[in-house]
Design a protein around this ligand. Sequence first.
Ligand SMILES: Cc1cc2nc3c(=O)[nH]c(=O)nc-3n(C[C@H](O)[C@H](O)[C@H](O)COP(=O)(O)O)c2cc1C
Length: 287
Amino acid sequence: MKYSALIQNRKSVREFSDRYVSFEDIDKIKTYYSKSVRRLLPEVETELRMFGLDARAVLEGAAGYKQFLVGSPQYMVLLSAKAPGAGENAGYIMEDLILKLTDMGLDSCWLTFTDSEHVKTALEIDSSLDVAAIAAFGYGVKTTKRLRLNVLSMSKVDVAAQRQYFSPKKGVGDLVFLDSWGNRDGVEAFIGFYDDMLWESFYAASLSPSYLNRQPYGFVLRDGRVYLVQAPDEHTGEIDGRLGLGIVLLYFSALAEQWAGKLNWNLEAAGALSLPEGYKAIASAAL
Ligand SMILES: Cc1cc2nc3c(=O)[nH]c(=O)nc-3n(C[C@H](O)[C@H](O)[C@H](O)COP(=O)(O)O)c2cc1C
């Protein structure tokens, strides 16, 4: 897939037409999932389930920003075994599927949830795996309205969520630091050393979707490694936080791997940075 273009074109769509996605296209998505989808932790068992329009009513109250379930004729749910890094892995996989949908001309929107068992009961999912990620997809209603999303609180989202909007994202300069968190000195020169490739990878990362568009993370470049750091955020819960970290790892990796080869993210030994209180190194990889 042409990740750079897909990442730049993808946006959350919250209003869908009644048009169903064809069986053929659903099969394409399933085949992509089983044969080609990118995985952060291939050893963690996952399963993809698809649901139709019936799911809309039962998901009400179980998923989506407060009182606002994105109505769509199709939903996909990623199930996962419990494991360290399972949340990040689910974010990584689901976002790769979402980019596949974008490639196929389909629109989508992530749906938040807090209780796997609640969603499993609502959708009558009988499995030992947990619900790890949910997205609505289909054909978006075309609109010329592009509103800015006010993301400071849930109540402000409710106002904007009635229509489509695009969400302004953090720039590369707010996301990438050299040697220590918050240090911008020398970042440009360092990135410049890699021609445009490293910059493009961080630019892709800056476009990552996140819960309420909070983007509670950043990168530190140090000693030839890139570290993903989770920033504290009072609005983002555990599940959404981990999904967002997986998504941003996918965006960065999909571009960086085009020139750096396969990145081996180490999710365990990422503690070499001294970070401000509440910040946490999540993963690191050699560049
Ligand atoms: C883990 C996660 C959960 C999300 N949950 C919801 C949701 O429940 N409802 C919704 O309308 N958007 C949801 N979103 C979409 C974000 O609001 C959206 O990605 C963000 O505002 C950036 O906009 P963009 O996707 O158009 O770039 C979620 C996104 C992520 C990554």
